[in-house]
Design a protein around this ligand. Sequence first.
Ligand SMILES: Cc1ncc(COP(=O)(O)O)c(C=O)c1O
Length: 384
Amino acid sequence: MRVYFDNAATTPLSKEVLDSMQPYFENKFGNPSAIHSYGRETRAAIEKSRKTIASILNCSAGEIFFTSGGTEANNMAIQSVINSLNVKNIITSPVEHHCVLHTTEAMEKYDKAKVYSLKVNNKGQIDLQELEKHLQEIEAPVLVSIMHANNEIASRNNLEGIGAVCKKHKAIFHSDTVQTMAHYRFDLQKLPIDLLSGSAHKFHGPKGIGFIYIRDTIKINPFIFGGSQERNMRAGTENVYGIVGLAKAMELNYAQLDETTNYIRNLKNYMIEKLRDEFPEVLFNGDLSDDSLYTVLNISFPYSENASMLLYNLDINAICVSSGSACTSGSEKGSHVLEAIGVGNDRVSIRFSFSKMNTKDEIDFTISKLKELIPVNASSSVST
Ligand SMILES: Cc1ncc(COP(=O)(O)O)c(C=O)c1O
């Protein structure tokens, strides 16, 4: 048995999604900008996909722009707002994904904007009062970029609350929703948010395709210059099969959202229970509550030789997990998220992340392997 518990890094492609893409690898290969029938066929597929996504999110199709994924969508949101709207101040948090963190850092480095980083609590969430205080003090216009759910520690921020504060102070609100898109419902007629992002490979769609939602009141300049694709906002021949697969994956996920959410949340809770029963020294990083991102569980063990080899030894035992953010795996640097919530170097953290394709049997198998790899110290006390 090979167990895949790294679904926050990427998910397996669903067979139905693959089937929906297949014709666009074969017969339906026209350039969507061409005026002949081949081109019209792929153009129609792109616009149908855009409408599907817009109808799921309750926004207009003209507010959806396809990108190469979440990283590009978040870069586009931040860089375009700074470059187009004379915004000189950004408020963000220290636990953002690197594609937000490093983009805001670059804006500051190149003297385009000043960056204010909010404090986060021990779960990784921002404080609305601190946000409001900053918005009262910082010169408008301000861009607020706060993620919906954290990819490492599962904590979720209150988008309605942040959006309301931003609206009150006329700040532009962007949220990195890459981990929650197709995992939670968004009603963009009600949610006071200006820009958000999605990435297909986080919900059983293909890699290399995503989208940005830009509320029609936000008028920004093109992000990539060239042809007139994506209504002049993002030039380049479209990733047609990716776009078709993205829309199909969104459709499939939202069609079964409640069942899937319950199923995966039960898996997470089952694993928490088993870990508590078997490992008195385990601690849980971030948020565990039913409000937390149900696909992610981050745990730690006290530092020991066995614990330090855990990721490697789990891999040898065919269990695939992550030490933190997938995008930094393989690098020597520790997690900026765990550091921000005060997890010390005296503990070894690992992230399990689940999808609807996982089972309780896989959790049982993983627990039995963990018991072999981290022998429990009988004298240790119970922790939460
Ligand atoms: C929270 C978050 N934002 C952005 C990204 C980047 O998305 P993509 O892989 O599509 O570039 C990721 C991927 O790990 C993520 O978890």
